[in-house]
Every structure is written in structure tokens, then in C-alpha cells.
Design a binder for this molecule. Structure first.
Ligand code: NAP
Length: 255
């Protein structure tokens, strides 16, 4: 749909990518209701305080989305996870899967009755290139985003004859507080480019207006996503630099 017709419920609205999305959406004429755990709203958006990991969070947010008459939902809330698996605690694994996979699934489920009543609605999941390309150091984070992509793909097909379009946005590494010094060092060592959050926000606008099933951000990541899907294990030899870079980090580091 056209951005000017969109009433967007945006999770992760206080984050680096979320704030850029809110700004770009408003500039294009959309209304934005942000969701996050802070008491006060970032400038220029309606705000709802909610912890999406709490038991009551998804139902409360879904009720607010219905009251506010949201017709687009962008799920951008998420947490990072980086480090060799033997340095990651079981609690960290649970936290990453809860925030990046379970919470968006529960929120989507809670929102569906309202979205299905709209003449037209869009449900956008913010995934990651790392949900389609498994990189050393991102086994847990990549699993959470791969799970989200699998969920979104099945839901897209499940809802294909309804007014609800399900979409995936897949950013590559982006300069926000999400990435600590360890990821920045890894990116430098492996020649991985980082986008400004505004580039991800521009891709979101294009995704919403085009109603495409998915959009990955940045080259060569867009191509790598396709190649990895087609070639899988035949690409395993291409990641020696990534393994080396991971090994040079202090043991047990996860961020
Ligand atoms: N940055 C990257 O390199 C990159 C690359 C690909 C994909 N992504 C994805 O893009 C999305 C946004 O990332 P970002 O870089 O903007 O991260 P960020 O700056 O760290 O922001 C994360 C956002 O998620 C929210 N959040 C986390 N846990 C929450 C919870 N339990 N309840 C409610 N809100 C919660 C935070 O809200 P609070 O203010 O309440 O903490 C914050 O608004 C994430 O899904 C991430 O996986 C990021």
C-alpha cells in the first residue's frame, strides 16, 4: 500500500533501525505507533510501552493496535547474539530465541484477528541476511532469524487468499548500538560492509509500497542469499576468514 495510507505499528521503535524507520515512514506520510520498553516516546510518534517478552505483552500490544486501527505491522524488535558457541550460555540462547523468534510469533498470532478484518493489511518481519546465510559466530542469532524467516514464509502462504500480506525485510550488518566492538572488528576483518540505518528504512518503504514477499538489503548480500540457498554446503570453504577472525577474539566473548 502507499505509505500515506499506512497506519504502522512498529516494534523496536526506540532502536537504531526502528527510529530511522519511524522517521522515513512519517516523512512519507504514514502514521506510526511505536512500541518499546521505555517510559517516554522517541520524538514524533505515538507510543506504547510494552515488554514483548512478557506474558501479557503480545495481547496488550495487539489490543492497542486494534484500537489505533493499525493496518501495517513492522516487527523490528530484536536482540543481538555474537560469539563462538562454546562461549554462549544456555540463558543467552534462550534470550535470543525468545526475543527474536518466539515474541514475534506470539505477537503475529495475537494481531491476526484484527489484521484479517482490515480491507488490506501488511505484516512485516525484520529478519536478517544472517537468517539465510549461516556465518561462523552467529549460530544462535542466525538460528533465531532463520526460524523467523521460516515462520514468515509459511504464514505468507497460509494467508495468501486473505487481505494480509506477510513480508520479510532482511538487513545486512547495520551501524546501530546493536553491534558491539567485537562485531565491528569481525566485519573489518572479513570485509563485511555496514549500512546506515537510513538505508534499511528506505528498503522498508520500498517493501511496503511494492508489497513484495521479501527484500534483502545491500550487495553482495542480496546475491549471497540466493547463492547460499542454491549451493548450501558447497560454499562452506568460503568462510575461513570468518573462522580465523572469530578465533582471534577473547575466549567466551558473546555480545
Ligand atoms: N543492526 C544490525 O546490524 C542488524 C542487521 C540485520 C538485522 N537487524 C535486526 O533489525 C532489528 C533492529 O535492530 P537495531 O539495530 O535497531 O537494534 P537496537 O538499536 O539494539 O534496537 C533494538 C530494539 O528492540 C527493542 N526490544 C528488544 N527487546 C525488546 C522487548 N523485550 N520488548 C520490547 N522491545 C524490545 C528495543 O527496545 P528497548 O528500547 O525497549 O530496549 C529496541 O527498540 C532487530 O530485529 C535486528 O535483529 C539488525
Amino acid at each position: 500500500m502507499k505509505a500515506a495510507d499506512a497506519r504502522v505499528l512498529l516494534t523496536g521503535a526506540s532502536g537504531g533501525i526502528g527510529q530511522a524507520m519511524a522517521q522515513a515512514l512519517r516523512a512519507a506520510g504514514a502514521q506510526v505507533l511505536g512500541v518499546g520498553r521505555a517510559d517516554t516516546a522517541p520524538a514524533g510518534m505515538a507510543w506504547m510501552r510494552a515488554d514483548l517478552n512478557s506474558d501479557a505483552g503480545p495481547a496488550r500490544v495487539a489490543a492497542a493496535a486494534a484500537d489505533w486501527r493499525a493496518n501495517v505491522v513492522v516487527q523490528a524488535a530484536g536482540v543481538p547474539g555474537f560469539g563462538a558457541l562454546d562461549g554462549v550460555t544456555p540463558q543467552q540462547i534462550e534470550q535470543v530465541l525468545r526475543a527474536n523468534l518466539l515474541a514475534p510469533m506470539l505477537l503475529a498470532r495475537a494481531l491476526l484477528p484484527h489484521l484479517l478484518r482490515q480491507p488490506q493489511a501488511q505484516l512485516v518481519f525484520v529478519g536478517s541476511a544472517l537468517g539465510r546465510i549461516g556465518l561462523p559466530g552467529f549460530s544462535v542469532y542466525g538460528a533465531s532469524k532463520a526460524g523467523l524467516h521460516g515462520f514468515a514464509e509459511a504464514l505468507r502462504r497460509e494467508l495468501a487468499d486473505t487481505p494480509v500480506r506477510v513480508q520479510i525485510l532482511g538487513p545486512r550488518s547495520t551501524r546501530t548500538g546493536f553491534n558491539g566492538a567485537a562485531v565491528e572488528a569481525y566485519n573489518r576483518a572479513t570485509g563485511t560492509a555496514m549500512d546506515a540505518p537510513q538505508a534499511v528504512a528506505a528498503a522498508l518503504l520500498q517493501l511496503i509500497e511494492s508489497e513484495a514477499a521479501e527484500r534483502f538489503v545491500g550487495f553482495p548480500e542480496r546475491l549471497a542469499v540466493r547463492l547460499n540457498g542454491a549451493l548450501g554446503a558447497r560454499l562452506d570453504g568460503s568462510f575461513a576468514k570468518h573462522r580465523r577472525s572469530l578465533r582471534t577474539m577473547p575466549a567466551g566473548r558473546a555480545s
